[in-house]
Write a protein that binds this ligand. Structure first.
Ligand code: HEC
Ligand code: HEC
Ligand code: HEC
Ligand code: HEC
Ligand code: HEC
Length: 223
């Protein structure tokens, strides 16, 4: 019974000394843990979350814009009923690509794999929304007079198509989900989630203000 007492007093002072000594390493341990989790979140997580897919053909917009007569509308146009043609079909390429024009391996691949086999190119659409979303190009481009760059960035002027990144959990393109994992947005086209659509609608006073607060407001953008 006496021994533990002696122990308590002696270890009391020992304990005090130990605490001073252990404080530093513990704080350091926390800081290292914090840095490690930040690194996992910011550096390791996005590659884990997104699978990278290459476009079937690397299409050069800058080159083609100089070859066609009617700019973007030569390939992306409104049909007579007001719907948008979207990504071009093979039929729009064939007049110039029945046979390769040159030595470019991408063109040869395009002619051999798709034109000659009459197979449509399975382009990956960066801006593809979920099936429940209704989006109209006519409302924005025709009625709204908006520029493609506002929502798509500079794809239409690019020489090479960027890698398509797909969220492994939701199957949605990273261009919808957002480039930055913390949600920061530098450009209007960095992300196109519900709030991004709604924020611009509120600013532009589409249908007289925030459509989401109106009766049936959800059905403006949802099928
Ligand atoms: C000769 C035909 C052609 C012309 C001209 C053309 N494009 Fe394209 N465009 C394509 C093809 C093919 C794709 C499919 C590749 C892809 O999905 O990125 C595409 C894809 C796009 C996309 C990607 C959509 C998405 O979300 O995946 C945008 C944006 C686009 N074009 C904008 C433009 C703009 C803006 C112009 C004019 C400055 C233009 N294009 C001119 C053929 C054309
Ligand atoms: C007005 C004629 C014209 C049209 C329409 C056209 N192309 Fe081209 N395309 C060319 C020419 C010319 C070249 C340059 C060939 C070279 O010099 O190697 C080219 C090059 C290419 C190349 C290789 C360079 C590159 O990476 O883009 C691909 C792939 C291609 N075209 C795909 C397409 C697709 C897909 C379409 C339809 C959406 C299309 N082209 C429509 C004329 C055209
Ligand atoms: C207000 C934003 C906005 C503007 C402005 C806009 N787009 Fe889009 N675009 C979208 C959205 C959102 C989608 C996806 C639609 C969907 O998945 O139903 C899309 C899809 C597309 C696609 C792929 C369609 C497909 O599935 O085949 C092409 C190509 C395209 N846009 C080209 C253009 C061009 C060219 C312009 C300029 C004339 C333009 N867009 C202007 C938002 C916009
Ligand atoms: C940068 C601004 C902007 C963004 C981003 C935007 N919109 Fe719009 N939207 C508008 C404007 C402006 C109009 C009204 C055009 C007009 O009729 O004058 C409109 C109209 C519409 C309409 C037609 C509404 C009606 O009452 O006729 C629909 C549907 C729509 N947007 C859906 C969407 C969806 C879905 C998204 C996101 C994927 C989106 N919009 C992103 C600006 C934007
Ligand atoms: C301005 C256009 C717009 C309006 C208005 C709008 N939505 Fe959305 N909503 C979207 C877009 C675009 C997406 C897909 C992108 C995303 O997940 O944010 C979406 C996604 C959703 C989803 C997620 C679906 C899923 O599978 O992940 C739900 C739920 C939803 N909306 C409910 C609503 C409800 C309820 C309202 C009315 C209060 C509403 N939305 C109004 C554009 C809109």
């Amino acid at each position: 019974m006496e021994e533990p007492k002696a122990n308590v007093t002696s270890s009391g002072s020992e304990h005090g000394e130990k605490e001073d000594g252990a404080g530093g390493p513990i704080i350091l341990f926390f800081i290292l843990g914090l840095i490690a989790s930040l690194l996992i979140g910011w550096v390791a997580f996005p590659p884990l979350l997104y699978s990278q897919k290459k476009q079937p053909i690397d299409f050069n917009h800058a080159l083609h814009n100089g070859l066609v007569d009617n700019g973007c509308e030569s390939c992306h146009f409104f049909r007579e009923d007001g719907t948008y043609s979207g990504v071009p079909k093979l039929a729009q390429c064939i007049e110039c690509h029945e046979e390769p024009n040159g030595e470019d391996p991408e063109e040869i691949k395009f002619v051999e794999e798709y034109v000659k086999k009459e197979r449509e190119v399975p382009w990956l659409v960066y801006s593809r929304q979920q099936p429940c979303v209704f989006f109209s190009h006519a409302a924005h481009v025709k009625a709204g007079g908006m520029d493609c760059v506002t929502c798509h960035g500079h794809i239409g002027e690019s020489e090479t198509l960027k890698v398509y990144e797909e969220n492994r959990i939701t199957g949605i393109s990273r261009d919808i989900w957002g480039r930055n994992i913390a949600g920061f947005k530098r450009n209007s086209w960095d992300r196109m989630k519900m709030n991004d659509c709604a924020d611009c609608h509120a600013e532009a006073r589409v249908s007289g203000g925030s459509v989401q607060t109106q009766r049936d407001g959800c059905l403006v953008c949802h099928k």
